[in-house]
Design a protein around this ligand. Structure first.
Ligand code: ADP
Ligand code: MG
Length: 353
């Protein structure tokens, strides 16, 4: 999925800080970059600074410090601010912001004013065909479904061949079935056109499904910037661990090169060899249940999810963990079980931090 690592860097943020008049900065010291053809997802809870970051890239917000580069040119820094029109960045807004009085064809052609009439018609036809809207070209936005409106917004944003496409929570107005379909369509469209994109979402499943790299934001700061797999398996903080999926934490004690816990011993990553009191992150997919009436665990909850069942288990110590089991594996509530933890990575955090 990842675009070749030797593709040129299209977007670069260096220590970007943005402030509104109202007080502490909305985003602080954000640094990441995107190569041509890559999809970056900005992921985090409401208010963490995703939209502000996107607007700064688009040129709608100035930076208080740091700099933003597009194709190696500085477009934002203190004392220099290239206007949004000059950045050649496409934007798909949360509500699509289609022009209600223009047909789909005219919406898509809107950004092509400087092209000749022939070029413009050709490009619009190409975009309509690419997004499956050819037969809807003469319709007005109000006569389109949510998914079709989104396609029209995408076609409009991509028509002028932007160097970068920005999407702010593009699926938030669609029902779950349409969202699922549009994610697949969007991914295909972006990859087949080698479009570099930054997509904002608060949904980790969406970020994992779409992104080459995920930027997790918390309270205006970038906590981690890496692949979806590494974000999930090797989160750098408890915040990231919990934001991208179910995570439980059990106490452990580091002795020599292992960490000893109530669920067994695990190898210790080098950075934690000097930290005696830790917590170990346990993901439901690492925990396997075996029936055992003398077991240390008690099944206290069961959540059927179709393809899996998530069991909640209370350990003898009072700590809790979750286990993901195949949906055919049935354990009754209150039954005693023993647990086996098989984790490919041990993730530790300082217990005192
Ligand atoms: P997100 O998109 O992750 O929900 P935002 O970037 O919209 O977050 O907001 C980040 C922070 O900046 C929040 O604390 C928000 O209240 C504040 N903020 C956003 N827009 C403005 C604005 N126009 N004026 C003042 N504060 C703002
Ligand atoms: Mg937002």
């Amino acid at each position: 999925m990842t675009a070749p690592g030797d593709n040129p860097i299209v977007l670069e943020l260096r220590e970007v800080t943005c402030s509104y008049d109202t007080g502490s900065p909305a985003v602080m010291g954000i640094t990441f970059s995107a190569r041509k053809g890559e999809i970056i997802c900005l992921l985090g809870p409401s208010g963490c600074g995703k939209t502000t970051t996107l607007r700064a890239i688009a040129g709608f917000e100035p930076v208080a410090s740091g700099e933003i580069r597009l194709n190696s040119n500085v477009v934002s820094t203190t004392g220099r601010h290239v206007s949004p029109e000059q950045r050649r960045v496409g934007m798909v807004f949360q509500d699509y912001a289609l022009f209600p009085h223009l047909t789909v064809r005219d919406n898509v052609g809107f950004g092509l004013a400087s092209a000749t009439a022939d070029d413009r018609r050709g490009r619009v036809d190409e975009m309509l065909s690419l997004t499956g809207l050819t037969e809807f070209a003469g319709r007005y936005p109000h006569a389109l479904s949510g998914g079709q409106q989104q396609r029209a917004a995408l076609a409009r944003a991509l028509a002028p061949q932007p160097v970068l496409l920005l999407l702010d929570e593009p699926f938030s107005n669609l029902d779950p079935d349409t969202t699922e379909r549009m994610r697949v369509e969007l991914l295909h469209l972006l990859k087949s056109t080698e479009t570099t994109a930054v997509l904002v979402t608060h949904d980790h499943e969406e970020a994992f499904a779409m992104a080459d790299y995920v930027a997790v934001l918390n309270n205006g700061k970038l906590e981690q910037f890496t692949t979806p797999e590494t974000t999930y398996h090797l989160p750098v903080s408890r915040f990231v661990a919990e934001f991208v999926g179910q995570a439980d934490f059990i106490p452990g004690t580091v002795r020599d090169s292992v960490v000893v816990t109530q669920l067994g011993t695990f190898p210790v990553p080098p950075d934690y060899l000097g930290t005696p009191e830790v917590v170990v992150m346990i993901r439901p997919d690492d925990v396997h249940i075996r029936e055992n009436k003398d077991g240390d665990g008690t099944v206290i909850s069961r959540q059927f999810r179709g393809s899996e069942i998530i069991y909640g288990i209370r350990l003898g110590s009072g700590d809790f963990v979750h286990s993901s089991e195949a949906s055919t594996r049935f354990f009754a509530l209150d039954s005693k079980v023993e647990l086996e933890v098989i984790a490919t990575h041990t993730v530790l955090f300082d217990r005192k931090a």
